[in-house]
Write a protein that binds this ligand. Structure first.
Ligand code: MLT
Length: 323
């Protein structure tokens, strides 16, 4: 009987012992889009510093497809042992339920939120040769030629898809919508002039805007971004009704031990407090002000509100899937 009790005790304490010893090997962070895009950039910047704190490498694995839902589904179904986490965002954990009726995860129920990594304001960008010198001319040209334009995005339900669905609705246009495995590859085609415009997250765009290889018409914020002081806001450009921002945040699968989530959150917060890491993110236009969502509880509340918000917006723009 005594041996049985000891074995039972050992078996019961196994998960606790594993959680206490975590991490004993590298941690995989799934990025649900192609390398080089905004989500990948944010993940690699915070992941690099998290590796130092955790004492194990945070290894980025890009798993693209279906507007980010392929990678997030994979991450949601992975073992809740702290060795697989993910960088989700306003698309995968906000818009997705409205555009994928058969979505294989519930952003509200199927995750252990870790914390907000970076707010990512949206910029309306176009190819260098686009025949408009400012936002007013872009709006006029798009309203006249919308059905002849090619707009790039990262898949139904992605941030670029969702935020440009809103812009297209505001402008009353139906462009050809060109899908990419991320807005990293889409940006390459914008630079080469293969596509006409995009609504993308600022952290993907600042180097190209500063290099003058693409046109930035406006940032969809109430005030200009410190990273792009010469780019007007949509309000300044005469389109005050288009104000939208996105975010990227770290999640673990549901059932990940609380102790591990707490340590992941601690490593994330240390990354966001590190001056060099902060500078890299802020120089790319990231918004690090939403400290409330940097806690697991705060991020859970944000996901709940974003799912409700984007379901409504996407229904209104006609981009939502029929129920
Ligand atoms: C990316 O990293 O490619 C973007 O986050 C995709 C998107 O527009 O959601």
């Amino acid at each position: 009987m005594r041996l049985f009790a000891l074995l039972l005790l050992a078996a019961l304490s196994l998960p606790q012992r594993a959680a206490a010893a975590w991490p004993e090997r590298p941690v995989t962070m799934i990025v649900p889009f192609a390398a080089g895009g905004p989500t990948d950039v944010v993940a690699r910047i915070v992941g690099e510093h998290m590796s130092r704190t955790l004492g194990q490498q945070v290894v980025i694995e890009n798993v693209a497809g279906a507007g980010g839902t392929t990678g997030i589904t994979r991450a949601a179904q992975s073992a809740p042992d702290g060795y697989t986490i993910m960088m989700g965002h306003m698309g995968t954990h906000g818009a997705a339920p409205a555009v994928y009726p058969g979505l294989k995860y519930d952003p509200v129920k199927d995750f252990a939120p870790v914390g907000m990594a970076a707010g990512t304001p949206i910029v309306i960008v176009a190819k260098k040769a686009f025949p408009a010198k400012d936002l007013a001319e872009f709006v006029a040209y798009a309203r006249k030629n919308g059905d002849k334009l090619n707009e790039g995005h990262a898949g139904v339900g992605s941030v670029s898809f969702t935020t440009c669905s809103l812009l297209n609705s505001v402008l009353g246009i139906k462009p050809t919508r060109v899908v990419y495995r991320g807005t990293g590859p889409a940006l390459n085609d914008l630079v080469s002039g293969q596509i006409d415009y995009m609504c993308d997250q600022i952290v993907n765009l600042v180097p190209q805007i500063q290099a003058g290889t693409i046109r930035a018409y406006a940032v969809a914020l109430p005030a200009r971004s410190p990273a792009l002081p010469d780019v007007p806001t949509t309000k300044e450009g005469g389109l005050p009704e288009y104000q939208v921002s996105a975010w990227n945040a770290v999640f673990a699968p549901k059932g990940t031990p609380r102790e591990i989530v707490t340590r992941l959150n601690g490593a994330l917060l240390q990354a966001l407090a590190d001056p060099a890491t902060r500078k890299r993110l802020l120089d790319l236009g990231a918004d690090l002000s939403d400290t409330a969502s940097q806690s697991p509880e705060g991020l859970q509340k944000l996901v709940e509100s974003e799912v409700a918000r984007w379901s409504k917006v996407l229904k209104e723009t006609g981009a939502a899937a029929p129920k």
